[in-house]
Design a protein around this ligand. Structure first.
Ligand code: NIG
Ligand code: FE
Length: 437
């Protein structure tokens, strides 16, 4: 039995209106039509001493307590006194691998002891280790494990999520993962997007037959995925020893023919043409970007600032770089060049076994020198754009879902990343309902 983690605040059957009053600061009140780029990221609209009016889980109005009509208090059936809390839109985590089986802390310890990534891979570790574990569990068990993680991240303020396949690496395994994501979509009231990442690595049986596996992705996996509507996007891990830029192009073109837009893993470890290919493919987002040369930064910024150019998002995953002891992404350079930057967790068992977006935001400010305003925009509205759901979430705007973070008493917004590691979230509301726990 899957636990229900969201409850209605007062009248289960009648809840249609909720009024939140006495908000110290209502953060990110805007209706952006485009991802925020460059300098725009530093502007974070805030209303002091505010209220929010919610109808059937959707934001119906907001403003200052001064402008608030007192009679509303009498017509609402759910009055929430924020008692001076800050209220922010929930985090929009646009890159995760939240569906996986088991964990890999043994590899983590082996790395501390000095084993290299290559040595761990050579003995069947890494993605192949997770693939073995995934193919051993039932779909039901996989769902239970994923649901637990989803509950956990929603309590930490995540209100929308992208989830990838990529640990199946076989027709049955990939479909199993995508069916679990579909069930998560159906059971949860978080907006969830599914990405098909069959091209995460080559399974053992295809180590010497790359074309064979690519054919399997294109001829055996994609048609079923399209028929069962199991994915919104397609992804490829474009790295040395994994998939080349040309292979990525072939796979993405096949995905595009089924309507799956690319969201791509590029430049995590190497620069092998993934950026050029991703821009050509008009990827919704190019993700990771730890290893970027000057030319690639120019390419990302030029393409994104040209009128007719690439309109995609650079999605940075700082906790993955942190966990792998790599240089963090050049966020400052990308923003200063005019790029649209989003922040995401990369929640996965190998390189970021945490889906805590509060830490992602803090790390971005501490180590990548993003301003708190930039990090909050990147983790909310730009994350929503990176999942094509900015019309329903990512900011406080009339008509969007009431997916809200209520903070504990904090003196300012900058206090959130400053006091990293302290849980400053008091409660989380998804679609007008408080998340339990
Ligand atoms: O995004 N690098 C590729 N995929 C994951 C890690 C996968 C794993 O080690 O399980 C990532 O970092
Ligand atoms: Fe990833």
């Amino acid at each position: 039995m899957v636990p229900v983690f969201v409850f209605r605040t007062y009248f289960y059957n009648q809840m249609s209106s909720t009024l939140i009053i006495n908000i110290k600061q209502l953060v990110n009140t805007r209706d952006a039509k485009q991802p925020l780029r460059g300098k725009e990221l530093a502007s974070l609209p805030i209303i002091n001493d505010a209220y929010v009016d919610i109808e059937d889980g959707i934001i119906n109005g907001y403003g200052t307590m001064e402008s608030f009509h007192k009679e509303k208090k009498n017509t609402t059936n759910n009055l929430v006194d924020a008692k001076g809390a800050m209220v922010l839109p929930c985090w929009c985590d646009s890159h995760s691998h939240l569906v996986y089986a088991g964990s890999r802390e043994d590899e983590f310890v082996d790395k501390i002891r000095g084993l290299s990534y290559a040595e761990i891979n050579a003995r069947g570790g890494g993605i192949l280790n997770s693939s073995k574990k995934l193919n051993e569990v039932s779909e039901d068990e996989l769902f239970v494990q994923a649901w637990k993680r989803l509950e956990e991240v929603s309590r930490l303020g995540t209100g929308a999520l992208e989830i990838k396949s990529g640990y199946g690496l076989s027709v049955e395994g990939e479909l199993k993962m995508l069916r679990v994501i579909k069930k998560l979509k159906q059971k949860s009231n978080l907006p969830i997007k599914a990405t098909f990442l069959g091209a995460h690595t080559y399974p053992q049986a295809f180590k010497e037959n790359h074309q064979g596996y690519i054919d399997m992705i294109i001829n055996d996996m994609l048609p079923v995925i399209a028929k069962e509507k199991l994915a919104d996007y397609i992804d490829v891990f474009c790295e040395k020893g994994f998939f080349s830029a040309e292979e990525m192009e072939t796979i993405c073109k096949a995905g595009l023919s089924y309507g799956l837009k690319p969201k791509l893993h590029v430049n995590q470890l190497n620069s092998i043409g993934g950026i050029e290919a991703g821009i050509k493919l008009n990827a919704v987002s190019l993700d990771h970007l730890e290893v970027l040369n000057e030319k690639e930064i120019q390419l990302l910024s030029k393409s994104s600032t040209q009128e007719s150019g690439w309109n995609g998002i650079c999605t940075l995953l700082p906790t993955a770089a942190f966990f792998l002891r790599m240089h963090l992404q050049p966020a400052r350079q990308l923003i200063d060049c005019g790029c649209a930057v989003a922040l995401a967790s990369d929640f996965n068992p190998g390189s970021s076994p945490s889906g805590n977006m509060n830490f992602v935001v803090a790390l971005s400010c501490i180590q990548m020198k993003m301003l708190p305003e930039e990090a909050i925009n990147a983790a909310t509205i730009n994350g929503a754009f990176a999942m094509d759901i900015a019309n329903e979430t990512g900011s406080i705007s009339v008509g969007k879902k009431a997916n809200l973070i209520f903070t504990k008493p904090v003196p300012s917004i900058a206090f959130l990343p400053y006091c990293f590691g302290t849980n400053l979230i008091d409660k989380v509301m998804i679609g007008g309902e408080f998340v339990e726990g």
